[in-house]
Design a protein around this ligand. Sequence first.
Ligand SMILES: Cc1ncc(COP(=O)(O)O)c(C=O)c1O
Length: 296
Amino acid sequence: MLQHLPEPAADRAGVRLLLWRDDLNHPELPGNKWRKLKYNLREACRLGHDTLLTFGGAYSNHLAAVAAAGRLTGLRTVGVVRGEELATASLNPTLAQARADGMQLHFLDRATYRRQHEPAVVAELLRTWGPAYVLPEGGSNTLALPGCAELVPELLQHTDFDHLCVACGTGGTLAGLLTGLHGQRRAHGFAALKGADFLRAAINRLTEQATGRTYDNWTLHTAYHGGGYARLTPELRAFIAGFQRRHGVLLDPIYTGKMLAGVLDLLAHGYFGRGSTVVAVHTGGLQAWAGFEFEL
Ligand SMILES: Cc1ncc(COP(=O)(O)O)c(C=O)c1O
């Protein structure tokens, strides 16, 4: 669904600002989650796996989505969670729901977790849990891209556009959108974490692996992390509340809130050309709010 966002900053800039409600595309695997999992789930089944093993932080939308996917498909799921100390703490709402969905949780110390891509670390996990289809953190592998790419033709059925804006964590969603854009129009990624310059290479690597090429019709904006990953400042909280009052749409505190704040800031600075159409993608992530309230 495409929603017009009547924002004074957009009117002043002469820009048509739209919100693509990808958060409404699946009740349990909303936004980019369903898109990134779709072809991975197919591949896991094609290879005859009955278990998905994946990685995430304690509030990870991805862990929540994989756990729900396991419940919906009947696949066993194992979630490798960053932070050994969490094993003895009471489960936050994300992990409690993941466990309720049948996910088995494996708490890993942070140093080993950082080495999650090393074959020895994966082999040890598989020795513990048995054979599994292994998905990286955030689900961002080559097979995550085609599902995200499909957003572009779906959107084009509703409107043409000049700029497509999306939040970035691991960069898999933006990489997928780039393959769907085929070098046409312009994509903008808004990094949710501090010091995200490394994402440019990661995104190029993903598109190269998936389609054999890199693209130059995109910009990664790294100034809108709002203090760092999962930092919810009073300003960001107020922005999200104001956005909900104006448009009746709740944004998530980690990704889409920062992305929309960034889009509106760029608009206010005349970044987008007069007469252009800018589409921001709501990628979901609302389950994270329960975690924030839990922390409070
Ligand atoms: C709601 C939401 N939006 C955007 C992103 C960023 O996606 P990616 O990690 O593919 O960059 C995530 C993280 O997966 C997310 O949960």
